[in-house]
Design a protein around this ligand. Structure first.
Ligand code: ADP
Length: 576
């Protein structure tokens, strides 16, 4: 529409002779006039020959006719020129409009292509989301069905062995826990909530401990396990130890899980801050069509032999996203029936010497001043055991009660300096107990007891210690050793003593421990692998073999019971 109206506007607004070039006009006029002149001259000659006497009249008449013809020719030429001009303008406008239309069509084509692309991406995302949800519900439903089924059988007294039902329910619950943990891991990583630690990791020892763990697993399955570390591995690297362990455990356990016979191996290279880990096996392999798919959540191999193995299909998905957030990647090369090699590349920088040295921090092992009494009130026996194991070796008198009334009763008898009080307990809650303890102290003449509340629910947090509150401080569960010791020191105004000052350590030197060097190395390996039960057994063995090591064993054991393996290793390094 615009094109047409533009043309109309151009034509109607043009002046009468606008665009009519005078040279063309003159040329056309000259041609017409010339033709007229020649024609009239021919007529004059013919008429003059017929009537020579009227020659003058004929000439005058023909000159008049010539004049009229000149004027008519001028008008005709002007009209012709104007017509031609209009036609040219219309032609130019049409060409312009055609160009604009072509450009508009090209733009529409591009927009259409972009829209198609966006639609395809949205459909793919939708499909992936549906597949993911189907995967989640399928994975969750199977163990839930097992739990539900066995619970109903037990309810009906169907004569099923409780051990069998218990076993199925426990395994299904473990499977569910693994799925939930895996999903949380993935969403934490993808939403950027996961915070990576910058631990200083003794790489060779760390890898050795993993290799030991998997060598045993491989041998139990009749497989060989080989480890090829590069000679230039750095003594320490900076990375998130827990996540690096998680990645390698996923890859190594798959290598053993999907290898019925033959061998598995770990090869580690280190070049220019980049570590390359090859986890190879001679197992069932992965078809080319599945190579990319197995890194998606809940995708498992299609082969029956792969499906027969237990698994959630989340391991590789977690491994890949973790590797990526740690600045690396994981890829696989595989041949069905021959084996697979998973290649992990990670950026593992070496810390400076000074930083590596401070990795061996001083360890708190006691406090100055008179002996203090701490009362623990918690209905969870495991929590009581952990706290007792932690606090007793530091020189505290520790009393424990498993409910509020018992705790109040005990407080009257042991007059504690500090009470560590769980909030969620059956019967009297921690808040009620704290108020009663305050009331008891107010009735007596002793100094008011210090109360630290312990809770797994961060929303229950209330700072306390403001004079009006029933408590003096708050510690969250799971209890972090350093934070708890800080809180205790703050409440009781304690000065911590480091290893060097404790009598327990004074009796032991490195020379004293020399006969147990192999046992110490084993403890370090087990500590790095996080093998709690193995640690307990090895500590008992050390205390048997070398009675002089018992004070050290007690301190190490307290770290193990508090699941403080970092502290355990630092303590061990400081001595062994
Ligand atoms: P899961 O082992 O729980 O099934 P993963 O995400 O760890 O989940 O692995 C996904 C799939 O990749 C597995 O089901 C298996 O089919 C395949 N796979 C992983 N590692 C190997 C391997 N080393 N050899 C052969 N197949 C493997």
């Amino acid at each position: 529409m615009t094109g047409k109206s533009d043309v109309v506007a151009t034509l109607s607004s043009a002046p009468p002779l606008a665009g009519v070039r005078s040279s063309s006009f003159a040329a056309m006029l000259a041609v017409i006039t010339g033709i007229n002149a020649v024609s009239l001259y021919v007529i004059f000659r013919a008429l003059a020959a017929i009537a020579p006497a009227d020659r003058a009249v004929i000439a005058t008449t023909l000159w008049t006719v010539f004049g009229v013809l000149v004027v008519a020719s001028m008008a005709g030429a002007w009209w012709l020129m104007r017509l031609r001009n209009r036609w040219r303008i219309a032609e130019a406008a049409a060409a312009d409009r055609a160009t604009r239309l072509t450009a508009e069509i090209a733009t529409h084509r591009n927009t259409d292509a972009a829209l198609q692309g966006a639609r395809a991406a949205a459909e793919a995302a939708n499909l992936a989301k549906s597949r993911y949800l189907v995967g989640v519900s399928h994975e969750i439903r199977s163990p839930l069905n097992a739990i539900y089924g066995y619970a109903q059988l037990l309810e009906r007294g169907a004569g099923i062995a409780p051990e069998e039902a218990g076993g199925v329910i426990r395994r299904s619950s473990e499977h569910l826990t693994n799925i939930v943990d895996g999903l949380l891991d993935i969403s934490r990583i993808e939403s950027g909530v996961l915070k990576l630690n910058r631990d200083i990791v003794p790489l060779p020892a760390f890898l050795e401990s993993l290799v030991e763990m998997f060598r045993v697993q491989a041998e139990n399955k009749g497989l060989q396990f080989h480890y090829h570390p590069a000679a230039n591995l750095p003594a320490f690297v900076r990375t998130d130890e827990k996540r690096l362990r998680q990645i390698l455990i996923n890859l190594l356990s798959n290598a053993i899980k999907y290898t019925p016979t033959g061998e598995a191996s770990l090869t580690v290279r280190y070049r220019g801050l980049i570590a390359e880990f090859d986890v190879a096996d001679t197992g069932i392999g992965i078809p080319a069509t599945e190579i990319e798919r197995i890194f998606e959540p809940f995708e498992r191999g299609s082969a029956d032999i792969a499906r027969a193995q237990p698994g959630t299909g989340l391991g590789l998905a977690i491994t890949r996203v973790l590797a990526q957030v740690m600045g690396g990647d994981v890829a696989v090369v595989s041949t069905p029936g021959v084996g697979s090699v998973f290649k992990l590349r990670l950026m593992l920088a070496e810390p400076g010497d000074a930083v590596a040295a401070t990795a061996r921090q001083r360890v708190i092992s006691g406090y100055g001043g008179r002996r203090r009494t701490i009362l623990l009130i918690d209905d969870d026996p495991a929590q009581l055991a952990v706290l007792q194991g932690l606090l007793r070796p530091l020189g505290f008198s520790v009393y424990a009660a498993s409910n509020g009334p018992e705790g109040i009763d005990l407080a009257l008898r042991c007059t504690p300096d500090l009470v560590l009080l769980d909030i969620q307990m059956p019967g009297l809650s921690g808040w009620d107990v704290a108020m009663r303890l305050r009331a008891v102290a107010a009735d007596g003449d002793g100094a008011p007891v210090k109360i630290l509340l312990v809770s797994a629910n961060a929303h229950e947090f209330a700072a306390g210690g403001d004079g009006g509150a029933a408590h003096d401080g708050f510690v969250t569960k799971p209890v972090e050793l350093e934070a708890l010791l800080d809180a205790i020191a703050g409440q009781l105004c304690l000065d911590w003593l480091s290893d060097a000052a404790t009598p327990a350590d004074a009796v032991l030197s490195a020379a004293d421990l020399a006969p147990a060097a192999a046992r110490i190395a084993e403890l370090r390996r087990l500590g790095q692998a996080g093998h709690i039960r193995g640690l307990e057994a090895a500590l008992n063995a050390l205390a048997e073999e070398l009675p002089a090591s018992r004070p050290l064993v007690d301190q190490l054991r307290s770290h193990v019971r508090a699941f403080d393996l970092g502290g355990f290793l630092r303590h061990l390094d400081a001595h062994g």
